[in-house]
Design a protein around this ligand. Structure first.
Ligand SMILES: Nc1nc2c(c(=O)[nH]1)N[C@H]1C(S)=C(S)[C@@H](COP(=O)(O)OP(=O)(O)OC[C@H]3O[C@@H](n4cnc5c(=O)[nH]c(N)nc54)[C@H](O)[C@@H]3O)O[C@H]1N2
Ligand SMILES: Nc1nc2c(c(=O)[nH]1)N[C@H]1C(S)=C(S)[C@@H](COP(=O)(O)OP(=O)(O)OC[C@H]3O[C@@H](n4cnc5c(=O)[nH]c(N)nc54)[C@H](O)[C@@H]3O)O[C@H]1N2
Ligand SMILES: [Mo]
Length: 809
């Protein structure tokens, strides 16, 4: 989240789209109710289904799954063509004024630089026009190649007629939503956007979220109390997972693992520590070396030296992505022979179950680390129709390592608000179960011994990993948390005054203290400040709210530097005064930046300076990017493409260009293109989702949850049920081009038939939960049906829009 849960109460308008917070985030959803009661805020829900969130909404609009860019692109067009934008915010705080180079093109659905063979873009032509090191701007925003004009042209195609044609949302409903959203373009009204998987789980997921960000920026709603673009995260600590860099090409604190082409440190830095693109801008990533060197010192201690470039050569350099889809692809190709599933049940959770099981069947060994038995740890068993495998042909050895649950250990959990909240062990783990940390430590120590004894191709990174825990086979959560925070390795003095800032061994209090000369160590720079000399800040439980605006600065700790709202300097106008006195967040008091949050800014940057520093300090531009000259795999501006399985045979936006049917830059493995279903055989849109009574695949092990939701069902709209002769409670077979499942029909008014591109389109809804392990009636797993393709940027699978057929059994 750019903002945080409690801050939702400050909104005047809440848009829930691409999520169902009342169901999947029922505790956080109370802040929406709070906003309704406090501010008479209105709630809009846009979802293919009339959800539990929709039941609380002031306005609900349906849309076809997978068509959100068309919808939001239509909103952007509405705002631009009706001049419902916060013009001074857009002019000063976004790259609307930046001039794009002459080489940029967008033709027939494809951006310039496309290589159809490789399904990839070269983004060289998407850059700004430069004058020396700086990008050129036109503050009048009239230059034909400035971002505002390019956007106007790009989104002019997203007319209300086109939106209706693609999304199936009736035009009057779409226009009503536009009107409500446009009401927040004034400085005294703010909208928040809450989304989750209804946006991410698409082959165009990242670009859907960018469209929302563009909309919020045009309205001036980013950096404000009650505003922002708010990702409601999934598992309780999934925010912590990405913060600590557990994705295969990430490093802690959103640093990134070097690419194969970056064999030396200077090349690596050059692509990350970017010089400002405008005069007097901060471009905060210029500090990258401080964070990187401190991380290497935390990992490799004395083995990371200035002479060896801080052990840069210890880091693997990636030649291709290693996301989960790739891992299973490689298994299927016989190129990966061992796999660890730590708290991960891919047979349940990853697409195309048949391909997942075929991959696991080719492994030499599989390790599961889990408190429970899962479909994955049992994948080799033949469960009959639902999992028709030939057990006798599978040679994979499965090791099951029982772990404990969060309540059986101390630690911190980072929530969607970026708050690190410490928790304390409530019970001892049962039987042989051990904390994940101990299992990992044991594995490491044994591996290190094996390398010590037998050598190996490159043992240095493993032999030199710093492992100074009090009990080496059982590091504690406190030790790891202190390591993440970081400490001084030598006495640190202030360069200007010579005063001692920290003595050697003391915990740093902020990432501003980190150095690139090896005198500091820090496991995760954004967590610097979470465990300082004053103690464990994550354990704080003071909920006082000094400004009465929900910032509660002494409740737990929030990254970065306890800043609760990101980009908060944008809450003030260019003169440093709040845009809206009633919504004061941070502001210039004549001498410095101050207010109810830690300013996301340089404290003494005077707004009166001729070349004012701009509030988006993390970008080289100093402003937010409406147009993304780099960073996106699939284009600088979001464009609607059809899901890889669509009920249509053409993209209504580009009816004559088959290349622009689905995301041209999404990766599709050999053989998977053929596995996508055709609308003639699989005419219905299917989407999959959660129920409050479940947690993914695990709560089916708990009797009370199993009683509440005993078996797989499918939600079918009344029109479709009638056409198919399906009655409430009938059993149906649901098939995609990859397999079938069986389910009980729930015939409902909650899913409407929509008219899309001139044809009637029906949607069915599949809650994702039941499998063949646990106490519920055995089910077949929804991911039997889903396609093996992901978002072009994140590789998140396309679980939210695929196609099926249904038959009454
Ligand atoms: N009770 C419970 N809570 C959970 C979980 C759980 O298993 N059980 N899981 C947690 C996890 S890991 C996560 S990631 C979050 C997920 O949180 P959410 O994303 O809110 O949950 P979902 O139910 O997957 O999907 C939300 C909604 O997206 C809608 N949708 C589907 N396709 C589209 C589309 O194309 N456009 C739009 N606008 N909407 C669409 C669906 O109809 C559904 O109502 O929930 C977390 N909370
Ligand atoms: N069709 C479809 N598929 C989906 C989704 C969807 O919306 N539709 N959503 C996707 C999303 S967002 C997610 S997050 C995934 C979830 O997919 P998974 O993460 O694979 O599934 P879970 O059942 O949430 O959790 C996996 C295991 O973690 C174990 N576990 C719990 N606590 C601990 C612990 O402390 N240590 C260890 N080692 N294990 C523990 C649980 O017992 C469980 O077996 O599913 C994805 N798959
Ligand atoms: Mo998730």
């Amino acid at each position: 989240m750019t903002n945080h849960w409690e801050d939702i109460k400050n909104a005047d308008l809440v848009l829930i789209m691409g999520g169902n917070a009342a169901e999947a985030h029922p505790v956080g959803f109370k802040w929406v109710i709070e906003a309704k009661q406090r501010n008479k805020a209105k709630l809009i829900v846009v979802d293919p289904r009339f959800t539990r969130s929709a039941a609380m909404a002031d306005y609900y609009a349906p849309l076809r799954a997978g068509s959100d860019i068309a919808f939001l692109g239509g909103v952007v067009n509405y705002l631009l063509s009706n001049n419902k934008i916060q013009t001074e915010y857009v002019r000063n705080y976004t790259n609307a004024t930046f001039i794009v180079g002459e080489g940029y093109r967008f033709e027939d659905g494809i951006f310039s630089g496309y290589d159809a063979e490789a399904r990839k873009y070269d983004n060289a032509s998407w850059g700004y026009e430069k004058e020396g090191d700086y990008a050129k701007v036109d503050m009048t925003m009239e230059h034909p190649r400035c971002v505002l004009q390019i956007m106007k042209q790009h989104y002019s195609r997203y007319t209300p007629e086109m939106v209706e044609q693609i999304t199936g949302t009736p035009r009057d409903k779409f226009l009503k939503v536009c009107e409500m959203i446009a009401s927040t373009s004034t400085t005294d009204r703010v909208m928040t956007v809450m989304y989750a998987l209804g946006w991410t789980q698409h082959s165009i997921g990242s670009q859907i979220i960018r469209t929302a960000a563009i909309m919020q920026l045009l309205l001036g709603n980013v950096g404000q109390l009650g505003g922002g673009v708010n990702a409601l995260r999934g598992h309780s600590n999934i925010q912590g997972l990405t913060d600590l860099g557990l994705l295969s090409t990430n490093l802690p604190g959103y640093l990134s693992l070097p690419r194969d082409s970056e064999q030396d440190l200077a090349t690596y830095y050059a692509a990350r520590a970017l010089k400002p693109l405008r005069p007097n801008q901060m471009s905060y990533w210029q500090n990258y070396p401080k964070f990187f060197v401190s991380m290497q010192k935390a990992w490799f201690g004395d083995a990371a030296t200035a002479e060896n470039d801080w052990a840069y050569h210890y880091l693997p350099k990636w030649d291709r992505l290693y996301d989960v889809l790739v891992a299973f692809e490689l298994m299927n190709q016989g190129k990966l022979n061992g796999y660890f599933c730590q708290g991960f049940n891919p047979v349940g959770s990853f697409p195309n179950k048949k391909k997942i099981i075929a991959g696991l069947s080719k492994l030499k060994y599989l390790v599961t680390m889990d408190p429970l038995n899962t479909e994955t740890s049992e994948f080799w068993q033949n469960f009959g129709e639902s999992n028709d495998v030939k057990s006798e042909e599978i040679q994979t050895t499965v090791f099951r390592l029982p772990t404990c649950c969060f309540a059986e250990e101390d630690g911190s959990i980072t929530n969607s608000s970026r708050w690190l909240q410490w928790h304390w062990k409530g019970a001892n783990p049962p039987g042989e179960a051990k904390p994940d940390m101990e299992i990992m430590a044991e594995l490491f120590l044994r591996l290190r011994n094996a390398y010590r004894k037998d050598g190996g191709a490159f043992p240095d990174p493993i032999l030199n990993l710093d492992w100074k825990y009090r009990v080496p086979h059982a590091p504690t959560a406190s030790e790891l948390a202190m390591e993440s925070n970081g400490k001084a390795l030598a006495e640190l003095t202030d360069a200007a005054t010579g005063n001692v800032i920290l003595k050697a061994g003391q915990q740093v209090s902020s990432f501003a203290q980190l150095r690139d000369d090896g005198s500091t160590a820090c496991g995760c720079w954004i967590y610097a400040g979470s465990w300082t000399e004053a103690g464990n800040m994550m354990a704080r439980r003071d909920n006082s709210d000094p400004w009465n605006n929900g910032q509660t600065p002494n409740w737990a700790w929030c990254w970065p530097v306890n800043r609760r709202i990101l980009y908060n300097a944008a809450s003030a106008a260019p003169d440093g005064k709040p845009w809206d006195a009633k919504r004061r967040l941070v502001f210039w008091n004549g001498k410095q930046w101050t207010g109810s949050d830690v300013p996301d800014y340089k404290a003494d940057a005077n707004p009166a300076d001729a070349e004012r520093m701009q509030p988006f300090i993390m970008t080289a531009e100093g402003v937010a990017r409406l147009f993304a000259p780099s960073g996106m795999a699939d284009g600088p501006l979001p464009e609607h493409y059809e899901p890889f399985e669509s009920p249509l045979t053409r993209n209504p936006m580009h009816p004559n260009n088959a290349k622009a049917m689905s995301n041209p830059a999404a990766r599709v493995f050999k053989g998977d293109m053929e596995a996508f279903g055709k609308p003639s055989e699989f005419p219905y849109v299917a989407t999959s989702y959660r129920l409050t009574e479940h947690f993914h695949y695990w709560t089916k092990n708990a009797l009370s949850n199993a009683i509440l939701q005993p078996e797989q069902f499918i939600e079918i709209g009344e029109e479709l049920a009638k056409a198919k002769g399906i009655a409430q409670g009938d059993r149906v077979k649901v098939s995609s081009n990859r397999g079938f499942i069986k389910a009980v029909a729930v015939v409902t008014k909650r899913i409407q038939q929509l008219t899309v591109d001139g044809q009637k389109v029906d949607t069915v809804g599949l809650p994702n939960h039941w499998g063949y392990v646990g106490l519920t009636k055995p089910g077949y797993l929804v991911n039997t049906l889903t396609p093996f393709v992901g978002d072009a940027n994140t590789q998140t699978p396309e679980y939210k829009s695929f196609t099926v057929n249904i038959e009454k059994i």
